[in-house]
Write a protein that binds this ligand. Structure first.
Ligand SMILES: NC(=O)c1ccc[n+]([C@@H]2O[C@H](COP(=O)([O-])OP(=O)(O)OC[C@H]3O[C@@H](n4cnc5c(N)ncnc54)[C@H](O)[C@@H]3O)[C@@H](O)[C@H]2O)c1
Length: 353
């Protein structure tokens, strides 16, 4: 029987326990050790999953020699923690964003190449069945010429959410606000569907919270393909609506809302052509309310299944010496777009990537 892959987990806050739960659902892995400077948090998680508890990362890495480390610490510490783990010889899964600075991302990619380990960046919505299906159709060219992609992420975060950690909503450790923390998932999906972004025009503001960074942003994207895109992203949209991704092409369109495929219409499936004025009346039924348990309003209401699928993808890459779906190069792309949005909002100019 194949040896189980031993995992070490760094950071036992909101997302760390989701990783632990996802790992517990997978057959050929075990969570050996967890680490967090806050003893109470680390002991609780360790006891729950039968792992050993450490308050010091290096001690955990030296004593446990984990095959894989998952990094679940504040975003501005991802590079430091991922590089420590890679230099100790571990493969790494790092939470999104990969890092908040492109210079550190470059260092991470260098460390990965030097150490010859695998690096994956969490973007678990890529593994949602609706997203996988739409991406497959994109690969088949089923939408024809894609003309526009829209990502609307009308979420709600309370002031107490921002006050719950001194890193939240700061430039130094969150790397931004609604864009770098919450909307990055859908920005990643948008660019995964539509390809590289050529240029950006954007606005950001802070309207509903006491925080250093933005809680509302709009951006217009010009993709290298010629398609256009928009991003609308607040965390001041009470009570938090379902995120929506629209993909619009001259042979078909799709709408994913709240992680479900709400609308799909492809010319290739039609019995009769839509005609000169289209088939606007044939819209699918669109639920406008967010599901009750949704990260649209509650950051702790996270499911672990998509995380488990992405971790399984990394396990496959390690076992087969392949590449994880969201490797370091892929993890870099949404961060580059978000930093471009910040630059455009700050300078009032179009930013060419
Ligand atoms: N993929 C997702 O859907 C998702 C959801 C939530 C958060 N995240 C990401 O996960 C990361 C953590 O977010 P969170 O909400 O869990 O934050 P959190 O503040 O709840 O947890 C972070 C934990 O890291 C610990 N920590 C800080 N410094 C450390 C160090 N030097 N060594 C070990 N542990 C340390 C803290 O004590 C805390 O327990 C962020 O980057 C965030 O963007 C991803």
């Amino acid at each position: 029987m194949m040896e189980k892959l031993r995992f070490g987990l760094i950071g036992c806050g909101v997302i760390g326990p989701i990783h632990a739960q996802a790992l517990a659902s997978l057959p050929d892995v075990e969570l050996s050790a967890v680490t967090d400077p806050v003893a109470e948090k680390v002991e609780k998680l360790a006891a729950r999953y039968g792992a050993r508890a450490y308050t010091d990362i290096d001690e955990m890495l030296t004593r446990e020699r984990p095959h894989v480390v998952t990094v679940c610490t504040p975003s501005g510490l991802h590079g430091e923690h991922a590089m420590r783990a890679m230099r100790a010889g571990a493969h790494v899964i790092v939470e999104k964003p990969m890092e908040i600075r492109l210079s550190v991302i470059e260092e991470m990619l260098r460390a990965q190449a030097e150490q010859q380990v695998k690096l994956a960046v969490m973007s678990q919505h890529r593994f949602d069945p609706a997203v996988q299906r739409v991406r497959q159709l994109v690969e088949e060219g089923a939408f024809g010429r894609l003309v526009l992609g829209n990502a609307v992420i009308p979420w709600w975060r309370s002031q107490s959410y921002y006050d719950s950690g001194d890193w939240r909503g700061t430039w130094a450790l969150d790397g931004g606000g609604v864009l770098m923390n919450q909307s990055i998932h859908y920005i990643d999906l948008l660019q995964w569907m539509l390809g590289p972004v050529a240029s950006i025009c954007a606005y950001t503001n802070t309207r509903a919270h006491r925080m250093e960074t933005e809680d509302v942003a709009t951006a217009t994207l010009h993709f290298a393909s010629g398609a256009l895109g928009t991003i609308s992203a607040p965390t001041g949209a009470y009570p938090g609506l379902a995120a929506r991704l629209e993909l619009l092409g001259d042979r078909g369109s799709a709408v994913i809302e709240g992680d479900e495929l709400r609308y799909l219409h492809l010319a290739r499936d039609e019995k009769e052509a839509a005609g000169d004025y289209g088939a606007g009346m044939h819209v699918g039924k669109i639920e406008v309310e967010a599901p009750e348990q949704s990260t649209a309003s509650d950051p702790a209401a996270l499911g672990w299944r998509s995380h488990a699928l992405q971790i399984a993808d990394m396990v496959r890459a390690i076992r087969e010496d392949g590449t994880p779906l969201v490797d370091g190069q892929a993890g870099r792309r949404p961060v580059e777009i978000i930093l471009g949005i910040y630059e455009s909002a700050r300078t009032g100019k179009e930013v060419v990537l």
